[in-house]
Design a protein around this ligand. Sequence first.
Ligand SMILES: Cc1cc2nc3c(=O)[nH]c(=O)nc-3n(C[C@H](O)[C@H](O)[C@H](O)COP(=O)(O)OP(=O)(O)OC[C@H]3O[C@@H](n4cnc5c(N)ncnc54)[C@H](O)[C@@H]3O)c2cc1C
Ligand SMILES: Cc1cc2nc3c(=O)[nH]c(=O)nc-3n(C[C@H](O)[C@H](O)[C@H](O)COP(=O)(O)O)c2cc1C
Length: 605
Amino acid sequence: MAKIGLPLSEVQIKQVEAVIQEFSSLQLAWLSGYLWSQAQLISSQSPENVLVSAYGDKIVDDSTIHTDPLPTMTIISASQTGNARRIAEQLSMDMDRNGFNVKLYRAADYKFKRIAQEKVLIIIISTQGEGQEPEEATALFNYLFSKKAPELAQTHFAVFALGDSSYEFFCRAGKRIDERLAVLGAKRLFPRVDADIDFQQTADRWRQSTLSFLTQQFIPPVAKSDTVAPVIIDSSLYTRAHPFKASVLVNQKITSRESEKDIRHLEIDLADSHLHYQPGDAVGVWFRNNPALVNEILTLLSINEFTEVNANNAKMPIKQALLTQYELTQNTVAIVKKYAELSKNQALLAHIVTTSQAQQLAKLLPLVDMFRRYPSVISAEQLLSLLRPLTPRFYSISSSQDEVGNEVHLTVGVVHYIIDGHSRWGGASSYLASLNEDDQLDIFIEHNDLFRLPTDESTDIIMISSGTGIAPFRAFLQQRAIQGATGRNWLFFGNPHFISDFLYQVEWQRYHKEGLLTRIDLAWSRDQPQKIYVQNKLLEQAKDVWQWITQGAAIYVCGDAIGMAKQVELSLLTLIEQQGQMSTQQAAAFLAELRNLRRYQRDIY
Ligand SMILES: Cc1cc2nc3c(=O)[nH]c(=O)nc-3n(C[C@H](O)[C@H](O)[C@H](O)COP(=O)(O)OP(=O)(O)OC[C@H]3O[C@@H](n4cnc5c(N)ncnc54)[C@H](O)[C@@H]3O)c2cc1C
Ligand SMILES: Cc1cc2nc3c(=O)[nH]c(=O)nc-3n(C[C@H](O)[C@H](O)[C@H](O)COP(=O)(O)O)c2cc1C
């Protein structure tokens, strides 16, 4: 085993030891993470292999790593929109080319009971919902956090966590699994890395460092390649990094004028892109910020729109940079704090004394209104230093390609709210709503194998959704019609009002009349004094739902993660408990087993 050179002098080691001698083990663990992040900061100035020296000799007790024979290394990715999965695929490819025996699993496919046998385990995981693990990792988490969780004395592990610092619980799923593995006795190879939405550079550097580290620790017998340069793998021609320029065929409002919601049906031409998708997949959309919003921000901050700036290594006028390169519609705690510091606005500083106050402000006040309520003059460069890079948004596909050919359909709810009398809009949804026929937009397909129709076409399906969550179910029924699938189809759908918010009403009624849609249960929450939601409808139909389940039906849930999906899960648990005459624990185990069997799938956001 190669020895990693000691990066500190003896004097420095003495100094460090003097400082840390009163630290508890928890404080030391924290400090190791802190030093790691400092190393990352430095590495952004000198990118070459800095992380290797950051490991130092002390992070791993290398006497405990088994080198003979070379252990199989397991990578697990837990992803919702593909980022973690892609990084895992790239790392797996790198390791394979360098002679490691590597096994790559998506969390949904990993037989979690074998985790105690893992010698080297690398987990790449995003955070979803409000700090939750991705849907596909639920079974693994349930197991690891249960009393049945095994001791992991043989396992060395590392975690790469993806997240978005605008969320309250940044990278929480990665943090939780990292801590839990350690509690179960596994040894950390090196500290967890948490990556924000502009994760690519961090991920590339982490991959290179991980590879260098493993190579030094384990010395694979035959490297298949002498290079560790990142390899980008993606099966499709057009990707997030290289999107397809599609054009709009139809952009139609499908809620009525009286509705409080503006929901659009978009038909997009894929032309000769050769892009393929399946029901359950999503489209990623790169959007442009609204010019009126950009103008308002520049005016509020007294910045000339032609001021030249450096954005993503290219010089351009600030107006162009704000239109195409930066997020302007999502505020974050980090932005609030940094703006307070830069502007020295006393009212703002007084308003965000605690982090929870800053969190509240970021949640309720968009950037533009923060600049308006707490005015200041900052430079163009300072403004850019506050902002985060633009990221694509995802929309579940509401068509079957077998039905619509070279088109892809989306169902988009336009985000709109009012602050101090000013209309404010979601970045991507309002951009999509503003597009006219023949307008072009940059898109890519995001495959989702964890939300798929049953391969056996005779299997019954129960589809549960509210609002735009109906999108993939339109694709499902189009597909089932084309296939002539014999399985029964049952739709639960909820929205505020029957008259104004029954999305794709004519299509569902036609499918029902033709017998394809066996049952439909609708929950109009505001059509009567008491609120009725899909979770209530499920319980109303408990006996029949249970019968369908016992006859093999697969259950699908799509739409709002926080409100709807949580309540639907509670209803399902109640229903299983009551109809199946089970205890609470038995009902939970039953639903977990349905999930394992891919008979309970969710596409929630
Ligand atoms: C896998 C997946 C599938 C999806 N499928 C669909 C789909 O089929 N249809 C669909 O419509 N969406 C879907 N979404 C959601 C979609 O991706 C976007 O998140 C959504 O359209 C909002 O994006 P936006 O850019 O319009 O809004 P953003 O620019 O992201 O603005 C949203 C932000 O506005 C702020 N905000 C909102 N309301 C208020 C308020 N009242 N007060 C203060 N601030 C507020 C908040 O900071 C919030 O984060 C899906 C998401 C995922 C991950
Ligand atoms: C609906 C939704 C909820 C999210 N919730 C969180 C969160 O609570 N905390 C966080 O750090 N990141 C959150 N994120 C950000 C994702 O973790 C981040 O975009 C990540 O890169 C996604 O990786 P994936 O494509 O592998 O799922 C959320 C993203 C989405 C779309």
